[in-house]
Design a protein around this ligand. Structure first.
Ligand SMILES: Nc1ncnc2c1ncn2[C@@H]1O[C@H](COP(=O)(O)OP(=O)(O)OP(=O)(O)O)[C@@H](O)[C@H]1O
Length: 312
C-alpha cells in the first residue's frame, strides 16, 4: 500500500465475464489509486469496461485477479457479511434511473435500502437525505413512476447518501437526462462533494462532462488503462493516440452523432491483439514493437501516465 491519502487503490485488477465463446476480459490488469476528496473520471466508449471497473471496486462483480484496497484495507476477498459496514461507506449511483428502481417500491423503501432497516424506523434519515438532494421530503410515499427523470436521479443520489458514504461510484449519472437537468444534477453532485468531502469515481463517455467534474481522468480502452492524469493535461495535452482520437471525436457537428459512429467502429474485438498493444491495428503511429510487446504504463510528467511505445 502506497499513498496515505488514497481512499481506493486497485492493483493489477482483472475481471472477466463468462460468455458463450468462453471468457470476455472486461478489465485487464488495471492499477490505479483514487485520492480522498477527488473526482476521478473514467472515460472510454461503450464496452471499454467503465461500468465493470466501478462495480469491481464496489465488489459487485467477481474479480479474477488483483487487489482492491479501501481506506488501506484489503477488501478483495471479504465475504458479503464482512462487507456490511464497509458497503455503507462505498455506494453506487447506477446508470439508468428508469431501470435501477423497483417500480413497486415506494420512494422511502428505495432511499432507505442501504440502511437495511425498516424504512418507517429511519424515516427522518430518509426525509433528510431527500432534502439534501433538493427533493420535497413529503414524496416518501410515492412511487418512481410518479416522478420525473431528474427527480428519479436525485432519489438515487439520496439513496447513495443515506449511509454517510465516503466514496461513490457515479455511473453515467446524467446521460439519460435533458441537458438543462443534467447541469443541475452535476452541480448538485459538486455541492455535495464539497459539503461532505466525498470522493467520486465518475463514469462517463462525455469528455465535456469529465472536464467539468473531474480532477483527474483515466482513459480505458478494451479494459486497459491507457492514460491517466490531471483532467487539464489529459484533455489539453493527450499522450495516447486513442485519447487524441477520442478528444477529436467531440463537437463540431454534434458530439452524440460522432461518438456513436466511433463506438461502432471501436466495438469490434476481433482485431484485438493477444499480445502487443490492443490499439495496434487502429493506431496511425504503430511501430513494429507495438505488435509484439504490450506497452506498460509509464509516468511522463507531473502524474501524467501513458501506456504507449511512442514514449518508451
Ligand atoms: N454481465 C455481463 N456478461 C457478459 N459480458 C458482459 C457483462 N457485462 C459487461 N460485459 C462485457 O464486458 C465489456 C465491458 O462492459 P462494461 O459495461 O463494463 O463497459 P462500459 O464501458 O461501461 O460500456 P457502456 O458505456 O456501454 O456502459 C463489454 O464487452 C461488455 O459486453
Amino acid at each position: 500500500m502506497s499513498h496515505a491519502t488514497s481512499i481506493v487503490e486497485i492493483e493489477n485488477l482483472r475481471v472477466s465475464y463468462k460468455v458463450r465463446e468462453g471468457k470476455k476480459i472486461a478489465i485487464d490488469n488495471v492499477t490505479l489509486s483514487i485520492t480522498k476528496g477527488e473526482t476521478l473520471a473514467v472515460l472510454g466508449e461503450s464496452g471499454s469496461g467503465k461500468t465493470t471497473l466501478g462495480l469491481a471496486i464496489l465488489k459487485l462483480v467477481k474479480v479474477d485477479e488483483g487487489k482492491i484496497y479501501f481506506k488501506g484495507n484489503d477488501i478483495t476477498n471479504l465475504k458479503e457479511k464482512e462487507m456490511r459496514e464497509i458497503r455503507k461507506l462505498m455506494q453506487l449511483v447506477p446508470q439508468d434511473p428508469y431501470s435501477s428502481m423497483n417500480p413497486k417500491l415506494r420512494i422511502k423503501d428505495i432511499v432507505g435500502e442501504p440502511l437495511l432497516a425498516n424504512p418507517d424506523h429511519v424515516i427522518d434519515k430518509i426525509r433528510n437525505s431527500l432534502e439534501q438532494v433538493g427533493l420535497d421530503p413529503s414524496i416518501t410515499e410515492r412511487y418512481p413512476h410518479e416522478l420525473s427523470g431528474g427527480q428519479r436521479q436525485r432519489v438515487l443520489i439520496a439513496r447513495a447518501l443515506i449511509s454517510n458514504p465516503e466514496f461513490i461510484v457515479l455511473d453515467e449519472p446524467t446521460s439519460n437526462l435533458d441537458v438543462s437537468i443534467q447541469a443541475q444534477i452535476l452541480n448538485l453532485l459538486l455541492d455535495l462533494q464539497i459539503q461532505k468531502n466525498l470522493t467520486y469515481l465518475f463514469i462517463t463517455h462525455n469528455i465535456s462532462v469529465a472536464k467539468y467534474m473531474a480532477d483527474r481522468i483515466a482513459i480505458l480502452y478494451h479494459g486497459k488503462l491507457v492514460e491517466i492524469g490531471k483532467s487539464k493535461n489529459v484533455i489539453m495535452k493527450p499522450l495516447h493516440p486513442y485519447t487524441t482520437k477520442l478528444i477529436e471525436a467531440v463537437p463540431s457537428n454534434g458530439y452524440r452523432a460522432k461518438i456513436r459512429e466511433f463506438e461502432i467502429s471501436e466495438i469490434d474485438d476481433s482485431k484485438n491483439q493477444s499480445k502487443g498493444c490492443s490499439y495496434f491495428s487502429r493506431c496511425p503511429f504503430a511501430k513494429d514493437i507495438c505488435k509484439v510487446k504490450e506497452p506498460q504504463l509509464i509516468t511522463i510528467d507531473n502524474d501524467h501516465m501513458v501506456a504507449c511505445h511512442l514514449y518508451t
